[in-house]
Design a protein around this ligand. Structure first.
Ligand code: ADP
Length: 584
């Protein structure tokens, strides 16, 4: 593969891994943020109910106050008859005292028309005294139901507050007027503004009238209907406050009254976790708006962990891929090697078979020459013997003629044996023939074939053979091996004065050891490692082919044996080792 395309591929992999890391990191970051958001949303209602409680406690503290005061006989008596300045002054002071003790914002007493006849703030510039509040809904509620409540911006003071009122009745239950307590919430708003959260209280029409942050008050959470607007104008509930709509857009819902909302707030658009809680006693709704906290550290950790995981996964994958590739490569190499070994083995076997065959042919040629020589001599002797016999018969010497037949017969028998061997020797023996045979008788056969040479060269032959020495193999091939060994020994001893040839068969555990030792002076040290090589010979041209030992070695190995050579006292020693053949 060209270097540039390899580098390109590497760069592409790197980009892919980095892109994967970025995606994993981004995804984990988003998940962490999502989780933090949900976790934060879950905490909303809990916080909200704490704020609701503080508001509720504040209102409850004053709820009973107007009812208790309405029972005061002094007030009842004052409203029962036309008010004198003296009575009014006494009432004003009384209300001022009580207001101070109860720590309410203002206390006022209205007569049956809604006119404030006495008030705790009688001596301030915003005094209620002399103003008529009959148009306020809490007054009509008190007249009809005995009690009333209403949140409104004070028409006199301009200060918003919650008015709680209770009817003042005479002994007959006749409506004489109303006792009113006004609560203001600046203290509560101050307390609430200490946190970062925005707290709002809206009325039944969705008008925010309490807010702990500036700019949120008198905003509309939903549009007002025309009838609502005219009613607000009549009751002067929010006095002259401009009521502007606050645009909101819900992004997500976490359940009832819990949302992620985009708000066009006083400080511009922003997203809030918006939780609401209806306050049923007042008909109001309390809202808690929190900025979603970006848990930067958590999301960074999550992103790092995800990137770490991704990279671990990628490198593990690459590692496994590499291992798999390596294993595949090894497998392929092994298969190729096996095929190669098989092919070479086949070639070697073919070559070996060829060698065996050509060596056999060479041996056959040599043997034919030897046989021709061996046979020519007895043939000449026999011809002379026959001429002698004819002469004896001509002279009627029948007995002498019979005697002359004996050596003739002996010579013929030997010749027959020789040709018999020649016949078996020349045949092509199948490679796989593994008959059970006696090694000692193979030695006998070989010695018989070489008999003329042994005698002719006056060889001192000594044999120590264990009989029977059962082995498995091909008799003819084994005979060929032995002939090779013996002939080599005879060749080596040719010009030696003492010619000793020793053949032994011994058993050692499950092996037969056949040794052929001679007194031919041994093999040159430098030749010891080569004598089994094909075509290695030290004999003159025409005498040796250098195939005998190579072929013998191959034959012995083929039947599971070993052939080794070494030097001993005054000559060479060849050892043929074969496994002992079992009975069956
Ligand atoms: P060749 O007999 O045709 O030379 P061989 O393969 O039978 O081929 O023998 C190879 C060589 O091994 C011989 O040429 C000889 O040098 C050596 N050799 C074999 N047998 C003997 C032995 N008994 N003594 C000394 N040298 C031997």
């Amino acid at each position: 593969m060209p270097v540039t395309s390899r580098a390109l591929r590497l760069a592409l992999y790197c980009v892919l891994i980095l892109a994967g890391a970025a995606v994993a990191g981004g995804w984990a970051m988003r998940q962490a943020q999502e989780h933090a958001l949900e976790e934060s949303a879950r905490r909303g209602p809990e916080q909200l109910s704490l704020y609701a409680n503080s508001l509720h406690t504040l209102i409850e503290r004053y709820r009973a106050l107007p009812a208790v005061l309405a029972l005061d006989p002094e007030l009842v008596a004052a409203l029962s008859k036309p008010m004198t300045a003296q009575v009014q002054a006494a009432l004003n002071q009384k209300l001022e005292r009580i207001n101070g003790a109860a720590q309410s914002s203002t206390l006022e007493l209205l007569d049956s028309t809604g006119l404030a006849v006495a008030a705790s703030n009688w001596n301030t510039s915003n005094s209620y005294v002399g103003h008529n509040y009959g148009f306020r809904p809490y007054f009509s509620q008190t007249r009809s139901k005995g009690a009333g409540s209403f949140y409104a911006v004070g028409v006199t003071s301009g200060i918003p507050g919650y008015f709680l009122s209770s009817a003042v009745l005479d002994a007959n239950g006749q409506f004489l007027g109303a006792m009113v307590v006004k609560l203001e919430f600046p203290q509560l708003e101050r307390e609430w503004s200490q946190g970062n959260d925005t707290l709002l209280v809206s009325d039944a029409r969705g008008i925010v009238f309490i807010a702990n942050q500036p700019g949120w008050r008198y905003r509309l959470l939903r549009p007002l209907s025309d009838s609502d607007r005219s009613e607000i104008a009549t009751t002067r509930q929010y006095h002259n406050q401009p009521l502007t709509l606050m645009k909101t857009h819900t992004l997500r819902s976490f359940g009832e009254n819990s949302y992620l909302t985009r708000v066009e707030g006083p400080n511009g658009p922003a997203d809030y976790l918006w939780d609401s809680l209806p306050l049923s006693a007042e008909g109001w709704t309390l809202h808690l708006l929190r900025r979603p906290m970006a848990a930067a550290e958590d999301s960074r950790n999550a992103a790092l962990a995800a990137i770490g995981l991704w990279l671990t996964g990628v490198f593990l994958g690459l590692f496994l891929l590499q291992r798999w590739r390596l294993a595949r490569l090894r497998q392929r190499n092994r298969e190729e090697l096996e095929q190669l070994v098989e092919a070479r083995t086949r070639d070697l076997r073919t070559a070996q078979d060829g060698l065996v065959q050509s060596a056999k042919l060479a041996a056959l040629g040599q043997m034919s020459a030897a046989l021709a020589h061996e046979i020519n001599q007895p043939l000449t002797a026999q011809r002379m013997q026959l001429a002698t016999m004819r002469l004896l018969l001509d002279h009627g010497r029948i007995d002498d003629a019979y005697k002359a037949l004996v050596p003739l017969e002996q010579m013929l028998t030997r010749m027959a044996a020789l040709t018999g061997h020649l016949k078996t020797y020349a045949r092509q023996s199948p490679g796989g023939l593994r008959e059970r045979l006696d090694l000692a008788s193979v030695v006998d056969q070989a010695l018989q074939l070489l008999e003329p040479r042994l005698q002719g060269e006056a060889i001192e032959l000594s044999t120590k053979l264990v009989r029977p020495a059962w082995v498995r193999g091909d008799a003819i091939r084994l005979e060929q091996v032995l002939i090779n060994l013996l002939r080599n020994a005879l060749d080596a001893m040719q010009d030696k004065s003492r010619k000793r040839l020793e053949i032994r068969i011994e058993a050692n555990q499950q092996l037969w050891h056949l040794t052929v030792s001679d007194s031919g002076g041994g093999i040159g040290e430098e030749h010891l490692g080569k004598i089994f090589d094909p075509f290695f010979t030290t004999k003159p041209v025409g005498d040796g082919l250098g195939l005998g030992l190579a072929v013998s070695y191959a034959i012995v190995h083929e039947i599971g044996g070993r052939l080794t050579a070494c030097n001993q006292a005054d000559g060479a020693q060849f050892t043929l080792t074969l496994p002992v053949a079992q009975e069956f």
